[in-house]
Write a new protein. Structure first.
Length: 102
């Protein structure tokens, strides 16, 4: 299922669901410079691919700067978040799907 609608989810942050089924979801997230993906945790496994731009990313206690082509994994219940250093796009995959997003 593809949803072409962008949803504003924070200042300078928009999200669009690309596809999902019960066990997997793919979401595109666009950030303006300075946009924040606030630290949070959830029951889902998450793999994120940096499609473009630059982020400061924190997963658990580890912080690193990620650029286009980089990825990170956030295990269930692990705190994680990002700060956009340069206008960017992320592709987030979740397992199982994020029911709270639909």
């Amino acid at each position: 299922m593809n949803n072409p609608t962008w949803l504003t989810v924070g200042e300078g942050v928009q999200r669009r669901i690309l596809a999902y089924g019960p066990e997997l979801m793919l979401v595109k997230v666009a950030f303006e410079t300075g946009g924040i993906g606030a630290r949070h945790h959830h029951v889902h496994s998450q793999i994120t691919y940096v499609e473009s731009g630059v982020f400061r990313c924190t997963v658990g206690e580890q912080e690193q700067v990620l650029r286009a082509g980089d990825t990170f994994y956030a295990a269930p219940h692990v705190w994680h978040g990002v700060e956009c250093l340069e206008a960017s796009v992320l592709l987030d995959s979740f397992s199982p799907m994020r029911e709270d997003f639909v």
